[in-house]
Structures are given as structure tokens and as C-alpha cells.
Design a protein around this ligand. Structure first.
Ligand SMILES: [Zn+2]
Length: 436
């Protein structure tokens, strides 16, 4: 639903020139200037500089309703409408943009807004006694609604208590209560962690931040972070993400997640209290999955192509498990997951696939593909997909066709469309189906 229609505010030509010169690249860019007050209120000005190509996509942006937009400026050739949205999360305001089809210069949108960073009853507040943890889930900056705008970012955040140590993508500079974060690599989020008592350990291309490296699971996670990154680099080539990979292991209990070159995990103390015998490989699998996203992160997260981010990551994690802990460990886990994979719907054809399709069925179909074309060919295919930073099924199939018979690529595509049920229709009666 669309609410009020506002007139665009004129922006001087000199500002547009400056923006064009400052970002003479092929990536859109966010300039974030924000202040966080001790009571958790955010005052922010965000300037989004869009490449002509991104501007012409007429993106819809979303921002949490709890923020009051006090000013919104767009180029004079553009218009916007403000309404409401309930996706990808509830309680959002929607800003629909319309740029001319003839757009040939970089375009800018500037949002000024203020409001509480957290919902009053939030169970997992971004800002609290554990420090600050920002990711797009908090809808704290104007985000492309389809989460399909990648951008570089320059973030200046003030009001941050000095005892909080910041872990973020790119270059991080700290001065008093202000942190400046410069990220050249494109990503669709502006994630950061600022927590008390974090110290840093570096190894290879990886920086790990944690408050307690002596806690055995943290030690274990730190070890597998560097090892899995090295393993993936060895088989998939250099990660598309330029720069160091940052991992934060935090005491809070929340799921692990990754952005480009950036991973956040939990120490999982309560899980370990419940079951002190959690095997070492369980942490290794999570670390490897999240770290592989430095290679697999190019698919549109709202589309059926998203298997190329998540199924490839889980397939890679299983490879790492087999390598580090023996193939019996990986096979056992596949066996346990087999029924969920069987019950899952198809990967292709219905927009973003279900979790069972992405994390269970997809990796098994990839494993089956590897069995058919051989590991060497599989790795050659994956190297090209990683190196060219491909994110669509069609692109994947084209690379596959270039490395194997057309019939195998056709078979693989057909398998991505199966489900629920076995993914080996032409030999479903064979033992192959039951063996995984
Ligand atoms: Zn993932």
C-alpha cells in the first residue's frame, strides 16, 4: 500500500557532480553518518549514491517504522513515494523511487531520520549490555527491499562508549567515541559488532575477535576459521572478497550469519552446558559454512538462485568436514539429513527456496553432481563460478556445460526442479537413492 505522495526536493547540480567524482566506480555507495545516544536513540543521515544502472532499477527501499524520516532528498529528475511494507520484515516504511530511464549519471538519495534503534520489547536488542550488533535485521538504514543492491560503504558512527571494541568489514578507525568504517568491497548490508572486552587474534587472512579465547569452543572455532579459509582458497581459488575475513565469536545466543568477509558466531555456552559432549566437528561445520560465504555470496537472496549462496556453502562445509574429520563424519551427517532433504520442495521454480531445500536438498544434489562428474571437474566448475562471482542458475549451468556433457547439465537442472521426493528419478529404484 502506498501512502502520501511527496514532491521531490531539488538537489543542486554541484552535489551530483561531487558524488559522481567521489564514486567513479561501477559500485553503488552508502555514506552513513550516525549518532547513537546513551538511551539507544539513533540520529542518522544516509546518502545513497547509485550507479546509473542501479538508479534505473527504480529500487524500493525499506526502513523500520520506528524511525521518523525528517528529510528525504533525491535528484531533481527523480521522484519517490512513501508507503508501508511488511516484507522482508514487518513494520516497515517503504520508499519507492523512480529515476528517468535515460539516467546516465550517478544518482543520489539522502535520508535523514531519527528514532530508537530497537523496538521497545525486543528480545534481541541491537544495543544493550552486551554492546552493539548491527545487521540489516534491525532495518536501521534504508535497505533495498529485495536485498539485491550491493554497495561499498563509508560509515561514521559516534556516541559509541570507548570500552566497546569494533569488529567490521574493511578498514576500521577508532577515535574517542567515534568509529569510521570504510568498506570497498560491495555487500548488501552494513554489519558491525561493538562489544566490551573483545581481543583479536590473526592468522592467515582471518582476524578473530572474542572476549575469551581460552574457552575451548572459541579456541576450536578460531582454529577452524583459519583452516577452512585456507582449504577453500586451495580448492576454489582466492575469495572474491578483497581484504581480511573478520569473525566475531560473542557470548550472546543467536544464530551464526555471514556477510562478505564477515562472520558472527555465538560461543554457544548454553548448548554446551546442555550437552558438554558437543563434538568438535559441529563447530567446524558452522565455521566452514559461514567462511565459505567469502566465495559463495553472489545470488539474489530473494530468488530461487539463492541455492548458489546457501547450498554451495553447506556443500563446501561438508567437504571441509570430510577432509578434517574423515568422510565417515560427513556421511553420518548426510544420512541424518537425508529424510529432510527428501521431504524438501524443489530448489527452482518458487522464489527463495525453503531452508530444507537450501541447506539439505541442495547440498545433496551438489554432492550427487560431484559423484557424476568427478571431484576434479567439480572443482574446476566451482573455481570458475567463484572467480567470476556468478550468482544465477543459468550462469552456473553454462559453466557446467563447458566442463562436462550437455546431458549432465540438463540432468542437474532437472534435479534442481524435483521435490519433494528423490532427486534421482531415472534411477530412483537404485540403491543410490537410499545410500545418502
Ligand atoms: Zn549460509
Amino acid at each position: 500500500m502506498i501512502g502520501i505522495i511527496r514532491q521531490p526536493v531539488l538537489v543542486g547540480i554541484s552535489l551530483i557532480m561531487t558524488a559522481t567524482q567521489a564514486h567513479a566506480s561501477d559500485t553503488s555507495h552508502y555514506d552513513v553518518n550516525a549518532h547513537l545516544s546513551p538511551d539507544g536513540k539513533l540520529n542518522a543521515t544516509v546518502t545513497i549514491t547509485l550507479t546509473p544502472e542501479d538508479a534505473k532499477r527504480d529500487l524500493d527501499f525499506v526502513l523500520a517504522k520506528r524511525f521518523k524520516i525528517t528529510k528525504l532528498e533525491v535528484d531533481d529528475a527523480a521522484t519517490y513515494k512513501i508507503g508501508v511494507a511488511e516484507t522482508p520484515l514487518p513494520d516497515l516504511q517503504l520508499i519507492e523511487t523512480d529515476f528517468p530511464d535515460s539516467q546516465s549519471e550517478f544518482a543520489t538519495l539522502t535520508f535523514t531520520y531519527e528514532g530508537p534503534l530497537d523496538e521497545p520489547d525486543s528480545k534481541a536488542p541491537a544495543y544493550g549490555p552486551d554492546g552493539l550488533e548491527l545487521a540489516l535485521d534491525y532495518m536501521w538504514f534504508p535497505l533495498a527491499q529485495q536485498i539485491n543492491l550491493n554497495f561499498s560503504a563509508h560509515t561514521v558512527l559516534s556516541g559509541l562508549p570507548e570500552e566497546l571494541v569494533v569488529a567490521a568489514q574493511g578498514e576500521v578507525e577508532r577515535k574517542g567515541d567515534t568509529v569510521t568504517i570504510t568498506r570497498q568491497s560491495p555487500d548488501f548490508d552494513i554489519p558491525l559488532v561493538a562489544a566490551p572486552g573483545l581481543s583479536k587474534r590473526s592468522s592467515g587472512h582471518v582476524d578473530v575477535y572474542a572476549p575469551d579465547f581460552d574457552y575451548p569452543p572459541v579456541e576450536n572455532i578460531t582454529d577452524h576459521a583459519a583452516k577452512s579459509a585456507a582449504y577453500f582458497e586451495d580448492i576454489f581459488g582466492p575469495a572474491g572478497y578483497q581484504g581480511r575475513i573478520v569473525l566475531s565469536v560473542l557470548p550472546r545466543e543467536r544464530n551464526a550469519y555471514a556477510r562478505r568477509g564477515y562472520v558472527v558466531m555465538s560461543e554457544a555456552r548454553s548448548a554446551i552446558e546442555k550437552d558438554p559432549n558437543v563434538p568438535a566437528w559441529a563447530f567446524a561445520r558452522i565455521v566452514a559454512h559461514e567462511f565459505s560465504h567469502a566465495w559463495w555470496m553472489y545470488a539474489d537472496p530473494m530468488s530461487d538462485d539463492f541455492w548458489m549462496t546457501e547450498s554451495l556453502a553447506e556443500y563446501s562445509a561438508m567437504r571441509y568436514l570430510a577432509r578434517g574429520f574423515g568422510s565417515a563424519v560427513a556421511d553420518d551427517l548426510m544420512e541424518k539429513r537425508y529424510q529432510t532433504a527428501l521431504d524438501a520442495g524443489p530448489i527452482l521454480g518458487g522464489g527463495r527456496p525453503s531452508s530444507s531445500s537450501l541447506y539439505r536438498r541442495g547440498p545433496m544434489i551438489l554432492n550427487e553432481l560431484e559423484g557424476r562428474i568427478g571431484r576434479d571437474t567439480m572443482d574446476k566448475v566451482l573455481r570458475v563460478v567463484a572467480e567470476e562471482q556468478l550468482g544465477t542458475t543459468d550462469e552456473f549451468l553454462t559453466v557446467l556445460e563447458g566442463h562436462t556433457e550437455a546431458s549432465i547439465a540438463a540432468w542437474f537442472k532437472a534435479m534442481l526442479k524435483t521435490g519433494p521426493g528423490p532427486w534421482l528419478p531415472e534411477d530412483a529404484a537404485n540403491t543410490a537413492q537410499g545410500s545418502r
